[in-house]
Design a binder for this molecule. Sequence first.
Ligand SMILES: Nc1ncnc2c1ncn2[C@@H]1O[C@H](COP(=O)(O)OP(=O)(O)OP(=O)(O)O)[C@@H](O)[C@H]1O
Length: 372
Amino acid sequence: MASESEKSVNMAADTIDIDLTLRWPEFTLQVAQSLPGRGVTALFGHSGSGKTTLLRCVAGLERPRGKLHFKGQAWQDERRFLPPHQRPLGYVFQDANLFAHLSVLGNLRYGMKRAGRGDADIDPIIDLLGIGHLLPRRPALLSGGERQRVGIARALALQPQLLLMDEPLAALDLKRKLEILPYLERLHNELDIPMLYVTHAPAEVLRLADHVVMLGGGQVQASLPLREAVALPGSPLFAGQSHVAVLLGRAGAAEQGLRAFEVAGQTLRVPEDACSGCEPGRVMRLQVSARDVSVSLLQLPEVSINNQLQVRVVEIADAAHPVNVLVRLELGDGQILFAEITRASRERLELRPGLLVWALVKAVALAGDMMQ
Ligand SMILES: Nc1ncnc2c1ncn2[C@@H]1O[C@H](COP(=O)(O)OP(=O)(O)OP(=O)(O)O)[C@@H](O)[C@H]1O
């Protein structure tokens, strides 16, 4: 039988255990948190909340007091402090900072040689990020999104055990952001490298994160799985905007251009053309905006909306727009959906907590796989 000390090492083996304090004259970062050692953990918060500082502490670029264990390996404790180059991590910044005088391939090889990995096979990484056709080019001839994909490939070429990403999309315009997000989803879906992903963009959290750490004033305000983070009443993810629910759905068959997803024993149908990679059996995250959900007391047999889910009203709260209310709806397995409807409709339907109703879902957006 395992001893108590062996058990505690095993329990820590798949987590990133942080207990760090960094004091500056005008700011203190104090984080004591155990984070998942798998999937994408978003560090989310306002400007100045300490997101970058926490990432720099994990990288060893700052010298906080305390302990940091990555999957059971001590990167920092009372006795040791591993310098950044001895921590098996890749760091992606807002701007890729590529060497202007080297080609894309030269940039990839340079970092690998310095890390003693000059002979590693990087073809899979080049494929994953779709940069094969860019290898001979100089960085000046790349778009912002392409540069960032090369920056990510350069970090991955070091075969890191942890990937740190500091607002990798922040410097890009919307078009470039949309272009690069699918690549980030591929990293999430196809690589087994945990990521700490700094952002203040809720849309990135919804698409990429499995776990969310909300930072404020240098402290952790909440650390919870994505689905709980979006279901949090008054979630800071949606300050001043319409709520979005993230449902887990298991892909089923496609029929008449619609792919069926099983969600809590019911069916949601999504246009097949939005479903790249939706093989049957795969669990995907489905985003449903509160503005795309209406509420009916009865199931409607003759209506053009494809998706009707039976749900229970949990709570009715103020919505971002004063004319509306936000209705929290629960599916049979505890998953949460939101509907934003007018106060007038709420009164007409006499909605109240506990009532069984039908959620009419007008649109569903699909994002990547979900870690479970
Ligand atoms: N080297 C430093 N010395 C002193 N204070 C610093 C230093 N670096 C950052 N700070 C301060 O620490 C606080 C947190 O900064 P940090 O960059 O971690 O925030 P952030 O959440 O990443 O913000 P943003 O989203 O704007 O990048 C800020 O008040 C900042 O001014």
